[in-house]
Design a binder for this molecule. Structure first.
Ligand code: SF4
Length: 440
């Protein structure tokens, strides 16, 4: 019987990508994946340290494992990702159930780590790739043809790390400085995924549009990928300071580049943006977004916000609300500020009281709900193209998919295919998803 592996992922799409790669490696080692921890011989937890909550979740998850370990001989537990990179050996001290701890640059060494653990060792691997041979192509050649397709969707990491050092963010510490893959290496992986049936490709980078390999910047790379025979391309996350109107023009010119953009704003006040070391103003942001909207009508724009950053006044917070009203975001990911150890902002006095942060966040979310409701209702009666990406677990006659703008749509039909495109008329808007009837 094959050994079974369970992978738990927290955090961003980059972590989703890394987990998918780890699953590929485990599968090649003859592991079978399971969705039940109790059935697993190997458990990997891919962690996120961008905010406090996901970090807490990791330790509560690890706290559930000792009874499983007692019941299963040779049970292995690994902690991967950003918390692993940041805390390293500390995790082994804090959680006796853990056998191996490894950072985001080390997951390709899973086979040797598992072998060492089977030989009785407890392992920590947290070196960064920088400086090693073949560093620019950090997906080893032997894995290029084996990228992971999740239903019909695939993620390609075009760069790793970040050079920006936003004051609140731990990413440059836990993911290292930027390393960019050769464009040929990216194209080869994309083509292999397309040949194996991928219908939607996401280009990923912590700061995706700072990509540069020789003469090729992000604009040229996106241009090249958008000429491949794949119906949908998305990318995330771009930084507003590196956003260029030429990228908006390319989005307008290439039907395969989806009319959706996640462009993190974080705050509406120029003083707070400067404090955060974001290196752009609100006006810069609004101008770029206005241009994008003018050349890509109906583009869906999402963003991130932090409320209650140290020294944020009520008036500055109100500027965030005004920016929201002006842009009319499709979706926001909003958080109360919490200091992350090791960041510049963590040295500041966290002076906005918790109740005030909560009140600011609640008002922000309520405003977004009203903006979103208006945008969702505007879809009713419209015809949209939907890429089917799944079906309802309990009701197999209900299918789910996404519009080009990444709006979730639910369609009832006796038989659709995951990875297929359909046309649907939107008949209802329910919170954050749309209901559609099949047209073709
Ligand atoms: S751009 Fe800023 S927020 Fe984004 S990963 Fe880099 S440091 Fe963090």
């Amino acid at each position: 019987m094959k050994p079974k592996a369970f992978v738990q992922t927290y955090g961003c799409q980059m972590n989703e990508h890394d987990s998918a790669r780890m699953i590929d490696i485990l599968t090649s080692m003859d592991y079978e994946m399971t969705s039940e921890v109790s059935q697993a011989d190997l458990v990997l937890v891919n962690t996120c340290s961008v905010r406090h909550n996901p970090e807490n979740k990791v330790y509560s998850f690890l706290g559930t494992l000792p009874p499983v370990k007692r019941q299963r001989a040779n049970f292995i537990v690994g902690v991967a990702g950003c918390v692993a990179q940041q805390e390293g050996r500390q995790i082994l001290r804090r959680s006796k159930v853990v056998d191996m701890v490894f950072g985001p640059d080390n997951y390709f060494r899973l086979p040797e780590m598992i072998e060492a653990v089977q030989g009785g060792e407890r392992i920590v691997m947290t070196e960064f790739l920088d400086g090693r041979e073949n560093v620019r192509n950090f997906i080893p050649d032997k894995w290029l043809e084996q990228g992971h397709i999740d239903g019909c969707r695939s993620y390609i990491a075009i760069s790793k790390g970040c050079n920006n050092f936003c004051s609140f963010c731990i990413v440059p510490r836990v993911r290292g400085r930027e390393v960019h893959r050769e464009p040929e290496n990216v194209i080869q992986e994309a083509q292999a995924l397309i040949d194996r049936g991928a219908k939607e490709i996401w280009l990923l980078g912590q700061n995706v549009n700072s990509y540069r390999a020789g003469d090729v910047g992000f604009l040229e790379l996106l241009d090249r990928v958008s000429q491949l025979p794949v119906p949908r391309i998305r990318f995330t996350s771009p930084h507003p300071k590196d956003w260029d109107n030429a990228l908006s023009d390319l989005m307008a010119a290439r039907p395969s580049i989806c009319n959706q953009l996640h462009l993190p704003l974080q705050a509406g006040s120029d003083r707070i943006l400067k404090h955060m070391n974001r290196r752009h103003t609100l006006t810069d942001y609004l101008d770029k977004v206005a241009y994008l909207k003018s050349v890509v009508p109906g583009v869906e724009i999402s963003t991130d916000f932090i409320v209650g950053y140290p020294t944020e006044t009520h008036a500055e917070y109100e500027e965030t609300l005004r920016a929201m009203e002006e842009v009319e975001f499709s979706q926001i990911f909003s958080f109360k500020y919490s200091p992350r150890p090791g960041t510049k902002a963590a040295k500041l006095d966290d002076d906005v009281p918790r109740e005030e942060k909560e009140a600011r966040l609640a008002r922000l979310i309520a405003l977004q709900e009203s903006i979103n409701l208006k945008k969702m209702n505007a879809y009713v009666g419209q015809e949209v193209e939907v890429l089917i990406d799944g079906r309802h677990r309990k009701n197999p006659g209900v299918w789910s998919g996404r519009t080009g703008g990444f709006r979730p749509v639910s369609i009832t039909s006796p038989g659709l295919a995951i990875g297929g495109f359909v046309h649907a008329r939107i008949t209802g808007a329910h919170g954050h998803w749309l209901e559609g009837e099949l047209l073709s």
